[in-house]
Design a protein around this ligand. Structure first.
Ligand code: GLC
Length: 743
């Protein structure tokens, strides 16, 4: 029965993906209900709908400041976050619907980023699975668990593209690539919002952080973002648009400025692009006091002006700033904002409360039995184990050190080998470390001697000797090392991106024993580990895999599952290379190892340690020479490519001895454009399972918008000319076919 349910979940995902790829628009009849309610509301009650406060999560569980409870009673606060579990939510909802004048139910939001109670891999890890259905399933399960615990709104997906691993929040996103970031944003929105808003396995998604937060200067969180509009629109903006077009109901503004104006007060972002260009019909919420922080940015003199700038820019809801609550009435009286702006903001919030069905049944997300049956269910753990092992990237496997053999004596070394507390990573929802399976737990039944060796941080090497002794007495070493979970995430930027503490020294000492050393990395960002890459026998990148981490890692170590993860972000050789990314421009002096006078370093090569799209398997794959066909519309004498797709075909063969999945990646290059173009850009992929010796011919179809870009006059479109179409198993390992596209 269990397998059936899990398969049914997967089938649901397949259906979902095709169902709701539409931008959110109000259901029929909703606006009439909203307008009727608005007509009864006082100005205070309308402003209350634009106010969002946090509750607190004390050691014994959720609490709420008495003042906020009174704000709910008076209608001054219409929305809460960080409040969950059925009992707590039910009580707060009761106050709203039984002790207020108009009985308007509350929204309950929470950061359900990679799971609510069953914790899935951190989003950067999930992005490595290149399996959109798996990613959608993960978000769907997170939503089902959150919605069973009283929640109806998650502050996810985070879709910020980033090229800088110093920035701690890379762990929350989908890595460096825009096209992949768009596909993953869509999958996550579909997963969170499910078949229909109002279902009790769905929550409102919230696209964040709008916009370009991932481009923080120097990778320092909250720092200035400054870039050309072309670069913004081509590289950073598309994933937000993809999420909105996938139906996301809400958008969260980012802390950073864009083009000199903080996003929270930026009308160009919030109205010109989001509303006017994209037709977004949901509501915009600020990030945590990002409205208040515009005073620090220095674009307005005080918080009252911050409220006026925000409402005039297009912000509907004030997270934790209480600016709208404190000043909006005065601003209205002074004519700094208009009544219709307040009405429209309240309308957008109320619409979604109606869409969720909260007016019909305010307690629909508060069902104790459903909560008990849903959280950490066996099917959810099974799904988490599957998504987790799909997220693991095999970076090195010399001498076929992996998979391990059952009769091997294993020295299990490292501070993360049996550590539960870090496995759920940052932004871990209501996850509980005690529910996690460690690597030691996953290897139960194997012949394992476990020695910690050292801590994650610090200089203490007193544990080295015992670790080395265990290694000498074993057939193979499995060393589980990495960062602390809180070394990535918000406000967790690092100037060094190496392994903390003395872990690398321990690994290098273990390598000197001459035993095969399998390094298992647990981290929230790409790490610069050239010494380990050179000396270890095998390396698994496992990110933070969550509740089922140990079982997923054991499945890969044992060969039960053949790893197929591919890097969603380049791994630098050193922080000095940052930002290093695959889709760079060629420059006028492209790197030439034989010439000093080219774009290069004198102390390091240009190439990353591991490139975007890279990952190994326990088998090998080979590619035929790709072919491409440009089919112009029959009656299109003008041969306008814009109307015709380009198809690319390639045959992939499993040239190894075991079954495995290959991620065939399609990259394109426009050789001559009216502006410079990247040397390659990802525009498609296909993940395919192949038995040993089996071949499959894959067909990719490129539509004209896949080859479009912001041309010299800033219009988006294609240009005639020659294109290289490349297919391969990573961004740096491709075979190319050249085509000419007519105008
Ligand atoms: C934080 C984060 C944002 C999160 C919000 C609510 O500051 O920037 O991602 O959703 O506050 O917790």
């Amino acid at each position: 029965m269990k397998k059936l349910t899990y398969l049914f979940l997967l089938f649901q995902m397949f259906l979902l993906g095709s169902l709701n790829a539409q931008p959110y628009k109000p259901s029929p009849g909703i606006d009439a209900k909203v307008n009727a309610l608005l007509a009864k509301m006082t100005l205070d009650e309308k402003i209350g709908q634009l106010t969002l406060y946090t509750t607190d999560w004390g050691s014994t569980g959720p609490t709420i400041r008495e003042g906020y409870k009174n704000d709910i009673r008076s209608g001054a606060c219409g929305n809460l976050f960080n409040s969950h579990t059925v009992g707590f939510v039910r009580e707060l909802q009761r106050v709203a619907v039984e002790e207020t004048r108009l009985k308007i139910p509350l929204l309950f939001g929470f950061d359900v980023i990679h799971g609510y109670k069953t914790i899935f891999p951190i989003p950067l890890g999930e992005a490595a699975c290149w399996d959109l259905e798996a990613i959608e399933l993960s978000a769907h399960i997170a939503a089902a668990e959150a919605a069973s615990a009283g929640l109806n709104w998650t502050f996810a997906p985070m879709v910020d593209i980033t090229r800088d691993p110093r920035w701690g929040r890379v762990m929350e996103g989908a890595g460096e690539d825009t096209w992949l970031g768009c596909r993953i944003a869509e999958a996550r929105v579909h997963g969170f919002q499910g078949k229909k808003l109002g279902n009790t396995d769905a929550v409102l998604a919230c696209v964040k952080h709008y916009a370009a937060y991932g481009a923080a200067t120097a990778g320092r969180d909250y720092n200035t973002v400054d870039m050309s509009e072309r670069f913004f629109r081509e590289y950073y903006l598309p994933p937000y648009k993809a999420a909105v077009q996938a139906g996301a109901a809400t958008v969260m503004t980012s802390f950073n400025e864009y083009d000199g104006v903080p996003a929270t007060g930026n009308k160009y972002l919030l109205t010109n692009i989001l509303r006017n260009e994209w037709g977004f019909k949901g509501f915009v919420v600020t990030d945590y006091t990002s409205m208040n922080e515009m005073v620090n940015h220095g674009v307005i003199a005080d918080e009252k002006e911050a409220g006026e700038l925000s409402l005039n820019a297009g912000v509907d809801m004030d997270m934790q700033g209480s600016i709208y609550q404190r000043f909006l009435k005065q601003s209205l009286k002074q004519g700094k904002v208009l009544q219709k702006q307040i009405d429209e903001a309240a309308r957008r919030v109320l619409r979604l409360k109606f869409e969720l069905g909260l007016f019909d049944d305010p307690y629909k997300f508060c069902n104790e039995e459903r909560q008990k049956a849903t959280l950490l269910s066996a099917d959810h753990r099974k799904a988490a184990r599957d998504v987790s092992r799909k997220s693991i990237v095999l970076l090195k496997n010399d001498k076929n050190a992996l998979p391990l053999q059952r009769n091997q004596k294993i020295a299990l070394i490292g501070p993360l080998a049996d550590n539960k507390s870090e496995l759920i990573g940052n932004w871990n929802g209501a996850g509980n470390a005690d529910d996690c399976i460690t690597v030691a737990g996953g290897l139960q039944g194997w012949n394992v001697t476990q020695v910690k060796g050292c801590d994650i941080e610090g200089t203490d090497k007193s544990g080295f000797e015992a670790a080395l002794a265990a290694a000498r007495n074993a057939d193979v070493v499995v060393a589980v090392v990495g960062e602390k979970a809180m070394m990535s995430g918000e406000a967790a930027s690092r100037t060094e991106i190496t392994l903390p503490g003395v872990q690398e020294e321990l690994i290098l000492e273990l390598c000197k024993t001459g035993k095969p050393v399998v390094v298992v990395l647990m981290n929230g960002r790409p790490l610069a580990i050239p010494q380990i890459a050179q000396n270890a026998t095998a390396i698994l990148e496992t990110w933070w895999l969550g509740t089922e981490a140990g079982n997923a890692i054991a499945d890969v170590l044992s060969g039960t599952y053949n790893p197929a993860g591919r890097l969603p972000m380049s791994f630098p050789r050193s922080v000095g290379q940052v930002p290093v990314f695959y889709n760079e421009r060629n420059t006028g002096r492209p790197y030439n190892p034989d010439s000093k006078w080219t774009s290069r370093y004198i102390d390091e090569v240009n190439a990353p340690l591991y490139p975007f799209g890279f990952g190994l398997s326990y088998t090998t794959f080979s590619y035929s020479q790709p072919t491409a066909t440009v089919t112009y519309a029959a009656n299109d004498a003008s041969k306008r490519f814009a109307k015709s797709p380009v198809t690319v075909q390639v045959t992939v063969t499993n040239s190894g001895k075991v079954a495995g999945e290959e991620v065939a990646q399609l990259y394109v290059r426009d050789l001559v454009g009216s502006v410079t173009r990247p040397v390659r850009e990802l525009k498609g992929f296909q993940k395919v399972m192949l038995q040993p010796g089996e071949s499959k011919t894959l067909t990719f179809t490129l539509k004209s918008e896949d080859l479009g870009f912001y041309r010299r006059n800033m219009t988006f479109g294609t240009e005639p000319g020659e294109y290289d179409l490349m297919v391969g198993g990573s961004s740096q390992d491709v075979k190319t076919v050249r085509v000419r596209l007519e105008k």
